[in-house]
Structure formats: structure tokens, C-alpha cells
Design a protein around this ligand. Structure first.
Ligand code: MRU
Length: 366
């Protein structure tokens, strides 16, 4: 996608110099800065501190992290150590485990001297695949937006609500929830996006608003609690969110607050779609509430807020009284019954075991 008119992806790498570069998402939207990741420890830190975040991008960064580890020491022990270090960074998005499993499957049978080259190529292939998956989601989701546009009076915008950032910043390119939006813009449809600010880390206000702005997509940032009200007043035609882990039965784990949006959408008969690339689907589990580990993050993300000071730097200010406790679950689970459909790279399907098994038969163990 684009930053100040220039083409960018969120991550790129050069095998000859063993360098991996990412956009530092903790500095957006106020500062656009790149960081260089030189070893597996730096890759782990970038994921843990959320300089890179979003389920697909976490997976790709981890894959490059393994490649960097193989450059330093391609032994079996180091392969296991690197996978362990990266796996421990964030627990909820299944893409991390998926990426590490694919790297391990490819590298473990190989003689160690061949591992760096193969690991780098594999990570690069995964990055290219991620772009293709997101673009396919964009094409399938565009159909949904077109259907709604066809029912609206000429010139009226299709109003889409999204939560958190499932945009291109959360993937290598295109995004998942935003891919249909960017495709609709390319197709010349009138669209407008309501962007949930997404407390506590404000990925909507800081990241989704920034990237939509960079692409000239009309959008409005709203507080997290406004979505239900807007749905009651018919201001929202469609909700599209991303997912960190979707079960084999279609339960969807995504950024905290997604469940409340799904409840409001259901009560107001607003279609609620989840953009779900297959690496975000965990076919080994069936019960999202019982089986998905929910990341509990630092209280400070709730008790304090970050903003741009008059000096042009980013500052942290306290919101809650000294002595008050805070709790910070980062994700919640939306039961499949509240999901109108999953927008996958293989088409729009029901959030059900049957539909998922039919769309991805190779992922179902005999
Ligand atoms: O905590 P984050 O910012 O990594 O959470 C991101 C989300 O919840 C996204 O909606 C999800 O990863 C899908 S990204 C295509």
C-alpha cells in the first residue's frame, strides 16, 4: 500500500545482508519510522512490544526471526531455542504458532549448513503468500460491498464499521478487514468507514485511521461505545473485523470489544463479517471460549494513554487515580452464532464447522 504516495509493505528483507526492516507501529500515526531487525532476539522484542502487531504480520516477523537465528547458528538446538523464544512473545494469534510450525517442518530435516538459505526463502514465500491471501479476501469481500451498494440510493455511501487494525499494517500488504475496503475504493464505490478507536492501545484511532487517510478513504473515528448507537440509527451497513484465531467451528477471537460489536450488530440486523485468512484458522480447536488463550497485557495500557505533546514527541499521561487497579484482556471471543460469515481467501463462507471443513478439506485431520 502507500505512505505519502510511496509504495510500502510492512516488512521487507534482504538475504544478502540478512537484514529485515519493519515499520515501527508504536510511533504511528505521529512519526513514520523504520527499524532494522538484526537477530531473533530483536524479532521477539519487536513482536512483544508491538512495534509489529496484527496476527498475520506477527507470523511473518517470526518466520524471519527464525531465518536470522539460522544465520547465527543453524544447529537443532538453536532452531528449537529460536522457536521457543518467538512463541513466548504473544499467546493469542495462532498465526505465530502456524508460522513457527511451518519453519520447523521445513528446516528440521535439513543439514544445518543449508538452513539459513532455506529459512530466508521460506519466510519470503510466506510473506508473498500473505499478500495473495489478503488480496483474495479483498476480491471476495468486494462482492459483499457491491451488493449493499446496489441497494442504496445512487451516490449514498456504504458505511462500514471496523474494529482495531486489521489493515495493511497488520499484514504484509492490503490487510484483511480493509482489503475489501481498498478494493471497493479501487472499483469506484462510495464508501465510508467508521473506525473504532479500540482502547486501550487505540489501534483503530492510531493505525486504521492513519492508513485509510493515506489512501484517501473517507472515514470517521468513533469511541468504542458509539457503534451500538450508530447501528440503532441505521448508520452502519456492514461490520468487517479481522481475527487472531478462528476455531474449526467458526468462533472468532479478535481484539477486545469485538464481541460487543457482534452483539449490537445481531440485535440491529447489521451483517457482521470476519475477514479470516486460513493461517488465522485453528482447526485443532472447537470451542473458542474454552480453548483460546487470551493475552492479558499490562495494566499501564489502561491506566495511561499515549498522545502527541506540543514538543512533537509522544507522551504518556495517567487517566485513572493512583491506587485504582486495572485489568487488560487484549482479546475476546465472538461465538459463531453471531458471525454472518467469514471472508476467506477461498470465498465467503458460513462460520460453521461444515462450511470451514468444505472450504479447507486439507486442513481437517482424518
Ligand atoms: O493486539 P494486536 O494489535 O496485535 O491485535 C490485532 C487484532 O486484533 C487484529 O484485528 C487481528 O490481528 C487481525 S489482523 C489482520
Amino acid at each position: 500500500m502507500r505512505v505519502d504516495g510511496k509504495a510500502f509493505t510492512t516488512i521487507w528483507a534482504d538475504k544478502a545482508t540478512a537484514s529485515v526492516t519493519v515499520i515501527d507501529q508504536t510511533r504511528l500515526p505521529h512519526h513514520f519510522e523504520l527499524i532494522s531487525i538484526a537477530d531473533v532476539e530483536a524479532a521477539g522484542r519487536a513482536i512483544k512490544t508491538m512495534q509489529v502487531r496484527g496476527a498475520p504480520l506477527i507470523g511473518i516477523t517470526a518466520a524471519y526471526g527464525v531465518a536470522l537465528a539460522m544465520r547465527a547458528d543453524p544447529s537443532d538446538d538453536n532452531l528449537e531455542r529460536a522457536c521457543g523464544l518467538l512463541k513466548a512473545t504473544r499467546p493469542t494469534a495462532v498465526n505465530l504458532q502456524w508460522a513457527l510450525d511451518s519453519m520447523r517442518r521445513r528446516l528440521a530435516p535439513m543439514p544445518p549448513p543449508e538452513r539459513f538459505d532455506a529459512a530466508f526463502n521460506q519466510a519470503a514465500q510466506m510473506a508473498r503468500d500473505d499478500i495473495a491471501l489478503c488480496e483474495a479476501i479483498g476480491r471476495h469481500g468486494l462482492g459483499l460491498i457491491k451488493e449493499i451498494a446496489a441497494r442504496k440510493p445512487r451516490g449514498a455511501s456504504v458505511n462500514i464499521l471496523t474494529h482495531c487494525n486489521a489493515g495493511w499494517l497488520a499484514t504484509v500488504d492490503w490487510g484483511t478487514a480493509t482489503a475489501p475496503i481498498y478494493k471497493a475504493q479501487e472499483a469506484g464505490l462510495e464508501i465510508h468507514v467508521f473506525v473504532d478507536e479500540t482502547r486501550p492501545r487505540n489501534q483503530g484511532a492510531a493505525l486504521t485511521a492513519w492508513e485509510l487517510g493515506q489512501h484517501g478513504v473517507p472515514h470517521t473515528v468513533i469511541v468504542d461505545n458509539a457503534g451500538g448507537h450508530l447501528m440503532q440509527h441505521c448508520e452502519i451497513d456492514l461490520v468487517i473485523v479481522g481475527t487472531d484465531r478462528t476455531t474449526a467451528t467458526g468462533d472468532v477471537c479478535n481484539k477486545i470489544g469485538t464481541y460487543l460489536k457482534a452483539l449490537a450488530a445481531s440485535d440491529n440486523h447489521v451483517p457482521f463479517y470476519v475477514a479470516a485468512p486460513s493461517p488465522s484458522i485453528d482447526f485443532s480447536i472447537s470451542d473458542g471460549l474454552a480453548e483460546i488463550p487470551i493475552e492479558i497485557r499490562a495494566q499501564e495500557e489502561v491506566s495511561h494513554i499515549l498522545g502527541l505533546g506540543a514538543d512533537g514527541d509522544i507522551h504518556k499521561v495517567r487517566l485513572i487515580p493512583q491506587g485504582s487497579g486495572a485489568l487488560n484482556p487484549a482479546f475476546d471471543v465472538t461465538p459463531a452464532r453471531l458471525v454472518t460469515g467469514l471472508i476467506t481467501e477461498r470465498g465467503v463462507i458460513a462460520a460453521s464447522r461444515e462450511a470451514l471443513a468444505k472450504a479447507f478439506p486439507e486442513r481437517i485431520r482424518a
